[in-house]
Design a protein around this ligand. Sequence first.
Ligand code: PMP
Length: 433
Amino acid sequence: MPPISLSQRSAWTRRQAISFLMQQAVENRHVLSLAAGLVDEATLPAFECQTALQMLLSDPVRARSALQYGTTQGADGLREQLVEHFARLEGVPRSELGVGADQFLATTGSQQFLSLAAETLLDPGDICLVAAPTYFVFLGVLNGVGARAIPVTADADGMRMDALEDRLRELERSGELSRVKVIYLVSDFENPSGVCLSAERRREVVEIARRWSRERRIVILEDAAYRELRYDGEPLPSVWSCDPSHEHVVYTQTFSKSFAPGIRVGFGIAPRELVGPLCDRKGNEDFGSANLNQHLLATILASGQYASHLQQVLAGYRAKRDAMLAACDEFFADVPGVSWVHPAGGLYVWMSLPAGISTGFDSPLFSLASKRHEVMYVPGELCYPADRPDWTAPRYQMRLSFGVLHSDGIREAIRRLAGAVRDVLSSPGSAGR
Ligand code: PMP
């Protein structure tokens, strides 16, 4: 029998590392996972969903409309609620927002919006500039469309604007500027590093995108997945709001982290000329996300239950973030060369080990941690684009999630991880790959 011939796209679509991590977690039941990006089960809004579904399904007209096919762009009622919700986050009255429901798309999680945006904007060989490190699933999406992810150095204030301009100048010199189509930014609490793009850089990046848009417009894709998961400090204006023309920034957000990932509702806001192409692409995929789920979320947003539930979610995650930071202080304080970021929101603590200690899947640390100490993390190298002649991804970092485990589990997991790191440090020669 001749082999099945896969498409070029399929070959580009790397097997996502997340599947490997999930499989490891299933195969090693005693392992405490700091890797899983799942949300805390205790926060899941079973009661709110039950009430809203009862309300929705007990009215035959609304029930039938929710159980019918919907539209590709998303249910009108939901998109109206999304405009209200977004205006509240932006701190402006709806009338001053500058966009209406016609520029909102409801998608199957924000992941689908990211994928639609990549499919719609990027041809094979086109360039997307990304912060290093960044969300590894989006790096997979870029691979899947044959686009090139080019890393831009980031620090405690997110992507560095001087580094971004340097990259653009290099690409201009090499004649590739016209291939630069997208700058991808996780503006709040970057996955994995937990850092936010500073207010000043938000303004600067819009100015840079505008100035370097020559033959083609450079689009900023702002992924605000963790925007509502802020535990300390004041919210920052979105990058989207720094572009009053609303021509450069495509914005996406999700209800997965702040409400329930099982509902799979996210949304995007696009410049007018992109709405049609995004919907056409979505039409090829599903001609509309699950209509019932959209009606469910619209009901929950309209009832005010979302806002009150979010307060409980924030209190829970704040306590777990604090538990993880306290455990890091307790178990890593005396391990030389280890540091970690204190995130003001999101779900992750980003830890750096001494540079010689590799954290990758094939490293001694990963196997010691998962097999002997029974704890798992996401190797930091997954969160960087592939190596380039002028750039090598760091291999000594880890993403530690405080999303799933309870505070006691978090403390125990960090204790185990510190044990694994100490073992590696005390056996010279076994640190690298
Ligand atoms: N963006 C970022 C930065 C994320 O971390 C995630 C989920 N881990 C997503 C987007 C996608 O989430 P969802 O599809 O559930 O909305």
